[in-house]
Design a protein around this ligand. Structure first.
Ligand code: GLN
Ligand code: ZN
Length: 772
């Protein structure tokens, strides 16, 4: 092994590219197909055009080896389920009748058949469809999609590398199929699954693949010795195949840790590692195993899931170190570029100078190509790029957006007392009871009411200049009136204003805070045809003026009952944005928390005595490795307490969480020191109430009794039964009655009926309580 040969071979590659097309053509074609307006052939043609455009774009930009098979009509894990023939029984007929419709039935369900469950892909905001496997699962190989897409790419000219979800990750992401024992471990199916991968690999080789990439991000999580052993066995077996392409095992999102020696010793030809946030740990682990003297190393030095321009010199230094550690070093993004928007160039609302701080998929591709060239030919071959990069980094570092002295001084002066209510929960709860005078089992909602077509039209009209701000606000006030009067009539105890003015719970605040950037076209796939445009936490964060106070105050002016103020919490503001990479997340969270603290205090000053700070994302950004969790939870809970710590004891602070199971973070929830928490619980029959009780959670809680993810109206008796279940875990003095989450995705008819039933249920169960 010589340093020189490793460098000369340096190639540029990526693991995946945004699927949607520059104008979300894929979304339009798929949704058109669902509505019967686009034929299957037209959909396939659009998809093929988008794939071709991506490959030509990548190859044209200088990417030496393009990925194939990363395209998906919905989700690449679902594609893997099809590839290995693990179609759930309930979908078999539909898939046999029409593979495309059957595929969408698995993804979305039909009138009669439930879809696969959907959950987050590691700690990203991408959602995959969870494979359902059981002891009876029979795998069969279906390499058609992979083979066809490889052939399409090869026909265009560039070298192409199929990318598959690896067998170990596939099994680790699965859950027991309906009917399988609840403790069934899908990983026990490994021996049955490997022959199917062997068949797919042989087919890909026959179709012209020199390399195939097997993605194993599950190996960057804490894994048991048995799981690591299974991974070792999988790659020993696949490596031992004779009829196969070269194998590249890819890891990303974190360090490989104890799994690194397992893969380094496996008979595969290549390994891909994340050298962004996990760089130091992966470098140490590589050095500890003596490098990869006979393997190709793909170095993910360009962050594939954040949007900042790369520090090219720093990346070159990392690559230089790696040259001594592998037979050959190639350059890539740390993970698929699926997680970033496509291109910065169409952005018009961001100053050109600031736009140069950002790199979306297209810009990242250029960075990878530049780095590969620099690595192969020396920095002399990329002097112009390095100079431009240095200027962009300096412009960012020196900008007043990046550093606002007032924000920094305030954040530095924060004391422990700022993040603490003036009285402990047990004492302030008496002040709140006296002040609010709520009945036992008080009823409330989570904040939003239906976002009707008229509201969306009003927002579009405002953007399009068809109505002015005054006209728009008139619309919002009318909506608030309606929402308040409905809640009074229905008999809810703590009212909300309904969030009619909010397009999105993060974007609404991001637009009003300085230091945040918004994009016009920065779409990122969340799931299926759903795309989001995460705002960018670009600089120091400040709140120039109150953001929500007038709407809440207006709502309060219409009623004598308490109206709850509604804010998105600091952790969720970070989780659903792109976060700056030049300071620890905890520092950014603290700045956001201080801005929100001002809002909380202003709400209180305007007469709001119940304030909810939503943190639905607290659980989902929990680090993948348990060792990293205490540090995360420390800054996350501190940010929440800093947001809410400035109010009087009699002001009641609520929080809300959903989209996750919370059993393993109950201590952190307690550490938020909120007075009341509402949680998603209807589907799990109050499981979370039992978890809170088991922990000895001392505060008030409202486990949801109305599943808002379904248009179904829960009956009053059904909700009452859930409340009775809740009462077995949480005493009546501390139990609240509320839906699982906000109602913005629901229609008015089901919202009306469900909330009427919820109030009836609360009244019924109150009547059953022993008189005190
Ligand atoms: N207050 C928000 C709402 O009701 C909470 C949304 C959420 O938890 N995702 O819409
Ligand atoms: Zn929610």
């Amino acid at each position: 092994m010589t340093t020189k040969s490793a460098a000369v071979a340096a190639r540029a590659t990526v693991y995946g590219y945004p699927r949607q097309g520059p104008n979300r053509e894929l979304k339009k074609a798929i949704e058109g197909y669902w509505k019967g307006r686009v034929t299957a052939d037209a959909l396939r043609a659009t998809a093929a055009d988008l794939r071709r455009a991506n490959w030509l774009q990548l190859a044209g930009a200088g990417i030496d080896e393009v990925p194939t098979g990363d395209f998906s009509y919905y989700d690449h894990v679902l594609d893997t389920t099809v590839m290995v023939g693990a179609i759930p029984d309930r979908h078999r007929d539909a898939v046999a009748a029409d593979p495309l419709d059957g595929y969408f039935a698995m993804a979305r369900g039909t009138q009669d058949v439930a879809p696969l469950e959907m959950t987050k892909w590691f700690d990203t905001n991408y959602h995959y469809l969870v494979p359902e496997l059981g002891p009876d699962t029979v795998f069969t190989a279906d390499s058609a999609k992979q083979v066809a897409e490889l052939k399409e790419a090869l026909a265009l000219g560039p070298a192409a590398r199929p990318v598959l979800v690896g067998p170990v990750t596939y099994l680790l992401l699965a859950k027991p199929a309906p009917g399988a024992p609840a403790d069934f471990e899908p990983l026990t199916l490994l021996d049955r699954l490997l022959p199917v991968y062997a068949e797919v690999l042989a087919d890909l080789r026959a179709a012209g693949a020199e390399w195939v990439q097997l993605d194993e991000p599950a190996l960057v999580q804490d894994r048991t010795a048995a799981e690591r052993h299974a991974a070792g066995r999988a790659y020993r077996d696949l490596g031992a195949l004779t009829d196969r392409p070269k194998l590249l095992v890819a890891s990303y999102f974190d360090r490989l840790g104890e799994a690194l020696p397992v893969l380094a010793n496996a008979p595969v030809e290549g390994l891909a590692l994340d050298f962004t946030e996990a760089a130091a740990a992966n470098l140490d682990a590589l050095a500890a195993v003596g490098g990869l003297p006979r393997k190709r190393l793909i170095a993910g030095v360009v962050n594939g899931r954040n949007i900042w321009v790369n520090d090219l010199e720093k990346s070159l230094a990392t690559l230089g170190t790696l040259l001594g550690l592998a037979d050959r070093v190639d350059v890539a993004a740390s993970c698929s570029l699926l997680h970033v928007p496509l291109d910065t160039t169409p952005e018009r609302d961001i100053e050109p100078q600031i736009l140069r701080w950002l790199a979306f998929a297209r810009q990242k591709t250029a960075e990878i190509v530049t780095l590969a060239r620099g690595l192969a030919r020396g920095t002399g071959a990329i002097t112009a790029e390095l100079a431009a990069n240095r200027a962009d980094l300096a412009s960012r570092a020196g900008s007043p957006i990046t550093r606002d002295p007032a924000v920094r001084a305030r954040a530095a002066a924060v004391t422990e007392a700022d993040a603490r209510r003036s009285q402990p929960y047990a004492e302030r709860t008496a002040a709140q009871r006296a002040h609010l005078r709520l009945p036992l089992l008080p009823t409330t909602t989570i904040g939003s009411f239906p976002q009707t077509g008229e509201l969306r039209t009003a927002r579009a009209d405002l953007r399009g200049g068809r109505i002015d701000t005054a006209g728009y606000e008139e619309r919002i006030r009318a909506e608030i009136q309606e929402v308040i009067s409905f809640q009074e009539k229905t008999g809810l105890d703590v009212l909300v204003h309904g969030e009619a003015e909010r397009n999105d719970m993060v974007q609404y605040f991001a637009e009003q805070l300085t230091g945040y950037l918004a994009t016009q076209h920065g779409w990122v796939q969340s799931y299926g045809t759903r795309y989001v445009r995460p705002p960018i936490l670009a600089g120091d964060i400040a709140r120039p003026e109150p953001m929500t106070v007038r709407w809440t105050a207006y709502a309060q002016s219409l009623t004598d009952r308490p109206v709850k103020g509604m804010l998105t919490g600091p952790v969720t503001m970070l989780a659903w944005s792109f976060v700056r990479d030049d300071q620890p997340r905890g520092d950014t969270a603290r700045q956001v928390a201080l801005a929100l603290r001002d809002e909380v205090n202003d709400l209180e000053a305007a007469g709001t005595s119940v304030i909810q700070v939503d943190e639905p994302a607290l659980r989902e950004t929990l680090p993948l490795r348990t060792a990293d969790r205490p540090a995360y939870l420390a800054w996350a809970t501190e940010a929440f307490r800093l947001t809410t710590g400035g109010v009087r004891p009699g002001t009641q602070i609520h929080t809300h969480m959903c989209y996750a199971e919370f059993g393993d973070i109950v201590q952190a929830i307690d550490d938020l020191d909120a007075d009341v928490i509402s949680l998603e619980a209807a589907r799990s029959h109050m499981q979370v109430a039992r978890e809170l009780a088991a922990h000895g959670y001392p505060r008030e809680a409202g486990p949801g009794v109305y599943d808002i993810h379904s248009p179904r109206v829960p009956g009053a008796e059904e909700a009452a039964e859930l409340l009775r279940t809740g009462l077995k875990a949480i005493p009546a003095e501390r139990l609240w009655v509320n839906p699982d989450c906000g109602l913005k995705t629901r229609g008015w008819p089901e919202t009306r009926a469900s909330l009427e039933n919820l109030v009836t249920a609360a009244r019924t169960v109150r009547g059953e309580l022993p008189a005190s």
